[in-house]
Design a protein around this ligand. Sequence first.
Ligand SMILES: [Zn+2]
Length: 458
Amino acid sequence: MKTWFGKCLIVMLFALQAQASQRAENPHPLSPRFLDVLVSTDHLTKSDRASMERRKAGDESVEWVIPVKIDLNALKGDRFEAFLFDRHVVIRRRESNLAPPQYGERWQGEVWLPGDAPDSDHMGLRDADFLIRRGRVTGAIRIGQIVYQLSSTSNGAYYIFKQDVSKLPEKDDVFVPDDAIYPSGSSTQPSYYIDLPIPRPSPPPQQIHTARIVIGFSTEAMDGNLNALVDDIHYWVDQSRSAYSASGIPLMLDVAAFAQPGYTESSISKTLNDLRRTDGPLWLLHQARHYQYADVMLMVVKGTNNWECGGTHNIGSTRETAYMVVRRGCFSQGSIAHELGHLLGAHHNQEEVGHQPAKYEFGHGYYRDSEPHSGTPGFSTLMAYQRSCLYQCPRIMRFSDPRAIHNGHPRGTPYNNNVQAILLNYGALANYYPDPPRSNQSAQPLHTPQGIRWIPAL
Ligand SMILES: [Zn+2]
């Protein structure tokens, strides 16, 4: 009995000591805990567990997936703690001068790690960013190349997964020049088209343009959970818009509609070819685009780790070629902003142009390699391939621009100026379709083999 009591005491003492040392590390022990790892997983259903497993399947960049609990009240304050399973962080709110999101409430903060300068701008490399929409929260905590993403199952249980974006494919994307013409044919794929009631934004001041996007997704990308996919897309489209805005490009991005074409994916090139056809398996996106006056079409696929992160037809676009494909697992790598950058005339860094002719001699991505001797960290801008670096150059969520400074270095050169290329085209792209009339906000038809139905907004 005595031995048992003694053991208990030792365990208690250890626990108290651990608590005390945790307090010593954390100067603000009363910060609310926004995110915590769950001790019990009894509440998870079989489908919850399956859904979490699928998030990891086929994607080597995802290290683990674990269930968590969330305290939304913590987002009312200016700082909170988050226990990320393998890391404990404190996050402080950061004021943003960017336009607020159109789809919910945003909470932006800086991840605090020992040794960080209090007000440094890590260009999206030490950020916490959450979108609260319809009572659910989506978001990500980024620490360098590691991204902890928050998602939920169809039963409303939250989980986080840890992704190492440096393990995404080295080759970012693929081009399928638009002379690839398909034989025409008809499609009888079961599909339906989900409308969203998007409030028309108030007339923007001059030079701000809004690109409306129709988002299609494959059955694999949806992963059996439409709500989580929709939350994810709203979040990452908003992150892309922030990247443009922070790079000095006043391009708003508006999700015009979601289309679920009942599409089985096979490769990015095949999906790009399918996107070209108004009578092929992706006809529904064209219809949604027409009904919703959308400028651009984005098809989201799941793919595997062997696939590129995305693709477009060309550098630059017309109304007939403004299509892009992006893997869902690459959202955190800025792939939506990257592929859209191609449609806007931006190309990779010069070493990675391949056979794809540049639209502008000056419109290339830029990277700066790290200097191990001096300890100077490297970086690459959104259109540059990180594999061009000998050492390390994590991607920052900004486009190349010689006028801008990052960590004391110019973010481009006269030949590596994606911002200039994009500014020449963003107005045209945002007008591939005229803006929608104010009155046209009703639900759109839902096409199924059973006929036309209507679906309530998500
Ligand atoms: Zn690319």
